[in-house]
Design a protein around this ligand. Structure first.
Ligand code: PEP
Ligand code: MN
Length: 448
């Protein structure tokens, strides 16, 4: 294989490439970005690798979640707080169900770049470039907004830094109410007439969590400090390689290169070509790397990806995020899992039950059905259990807000409700209640 450098990706075909008008302007922005301090540190990245290695062995579970497309305008204290809160609550429920620690990873502080199925969008006879995420252009349907603007790379870096700053402060002792599950509002499950045995289970879970947390508190100051300071890691799709490579550097006392825009970058389903620029870039960094795998992936290609991205088969390095769809998972997942086992590759298996279950309503609104999402998670557990491997995590598009984007769940969102508060810039997310309910249902499956 040819020599890697932070810019060797430029010699490969770039899927989903951005057409900037002025390459000089891009170079100037990249130079500016490369001089700014990193968003995360190498020791955090190494720590996450250790945790992921334990998850591979079935000793931890990964919860990854956040917006499909983060936006600059949503960089607000309430939105960030609510998102942290739901991820934290879900993690406590999963710890209770799975009897193992949960690694919390947000799709945050950098999830600004989106791959699109079509390069342009037509509205009322007008054709403009598609919206590729705030890292590239703006969602408004005007020629100015849709122009690819290199300055957005810097604006997103700044917003990622502000988001992360607030997330770190919140993690460091905030969220008193989350640590008192007895105050969680489960009344909507009651109003929604959830079957009594499920409701009883949910209430029992929060009761037990409260007791456990009070017990920890009673043990003393040190434990409480450990408990309320929650570790939180960031992740995003590493789509725009100008942005990723600008913050990729060597650090004193360590070997190798780190992409310090995030702890856990991942390669999307559309950009995971073995010959492409994205695999080239991500094969050279020390960060753990995720790869999305849809139903079209061949087992042989999946193995080749693992060999290329993790040539020394190091633990904690590779996260395979499968997104097969509830209809396909039972037949599409087993051959990939088996091929990986035959090849002796160390990977962490994670299920993204969102991206294989996107449907359009008759009026053309993108949505996902709660039951289908849950079904893919449950079937993924079944597949891994049957094959003697371990499903070590789940990956959700979710928000802490009361949006109406996915249908179903105890809140009973129907297609007619979708217009009420459909706020996503890209794919539909679980809202606060749907996300909490999802965690109860997964915990139930894990405790079996
Ligand atoms: C996403 O995670 O938002 C996404 C585009 O996923 P995928 O690459 O799996 O389609
Ligand atoms: Mn998405």
């Amino acid at each position: 294989m040819s020599t890697w450098s932070p810019s060797s990706w430029k010699t490969k075909p770039i899927t989903q490439d951005v057409r900037y008008e002025d390459p000089k302007e891009v170079d100037d922005v990249v130079t500016a970005l490369s001089r700014l301090p990193p968003l995360v540190t190498s020791w955090e990245v190494e720590r996450l690798r250790e945790l992921l290695a334990e998850a591979q062995q079935g000793r931890r579970f990964l919860l990854q979640g956040g917006d499909c497309a983060e936006s600059l305008s949503d960089c607000r204290s309430d939105i960030i707080t609510n998102r942290q809160k739901i991820i934290l609550q879900m993690s406590l429920v999963l710890i209770h169900g799975g009897h193992r620690p949960v690694i919390r990873v947000g799709r945050i502080a950098g999830q600004y770049a989106k791959p699109r199925s079509k390069p342009t969008e037509v509205r009322g006879g007008v054709e403009l470039p598609s919206y590729f995420g705030d890292l590239v252009n703006r969602p408004e349907f005007t020629p100015e907004a849709r122009r690819a603007d290199p300055k957005l790379l810097l604006a997103c870096y700044h917003h990622a830094a502000m988001t992360l700053n607030f997330v770190r402060s919140l993690s460091d002792g905030g969220f008193a109410d989350v640590h008192h599950p007895e105050y969680w509002d489960l009344s909507f499950f009651r109003q929604a007439a959830v079957p009594s045995e499920l409701l009883e289970e949910y209430e029992q879970t929060t009761r037990k969590l409260s007791e456990a947390l009070r017990f920890m508190e009673a043990l003393g100051e040190r434990t409480v400090a450990d408990l309320t300071r929650v570790d939180f890691y960031t992740s995003h799709e590493g789509l725009n390689l100008h942005y990723e490579s600008a913050q990729t550097r060597q650090v004193p006392w360590r070997k190798g290169w780190y992409d310090l825009t995030t702890h856990l970058p991942w390669i999307g389903e559309r950009t995971r070509s073995l010959e492409g620029a994205h695999v080239e870039f991500f094969r050279g960094i020390r960060n753990p790397v995720g790869v999305k795998l849809g139903p079209s992936v061949s087992p042989a290609d999946a193995v080749r990806l693992a060999e290329t991205l993790n040539p020394d088969n190091e633990p904690g390095k590779l996260v395979l995020i499968t997104r097969m769809g509830a209809q396909r998972v039972a037949d599409a997942l087993p051959p990939v899992v088996e091929a990986m086992r035959r090849a002796g590759r160390l990977v962490l298996w994670v299920c993204d039950p969102m991206h294989g279950n996107t449907v359009s309503t008759s009026s053309g609104i993108k949505t996902r059905n709660f039951d289908e999402v849950l079904r893919e998670v449950e079937q993924s557990f079944d597949v891994h259990e049957k094959l003697g491997s371990y499903l070590g995590g789940v990956h959700f598009e979710l928000t802490g807000e009361d949006v109406t984007e996915c249908v179903g769940g105890a809140v009973g969102i129907t297609e007619r409700d979708l217009e009420r508060n459909y706020a996503t810039l890209c794919d539909p997310r679980l809202n606060y209640r749907q996300a909490l309910e999802m965690s109860f249902r997964i915990a139930r499956r894990m405790s079996r």
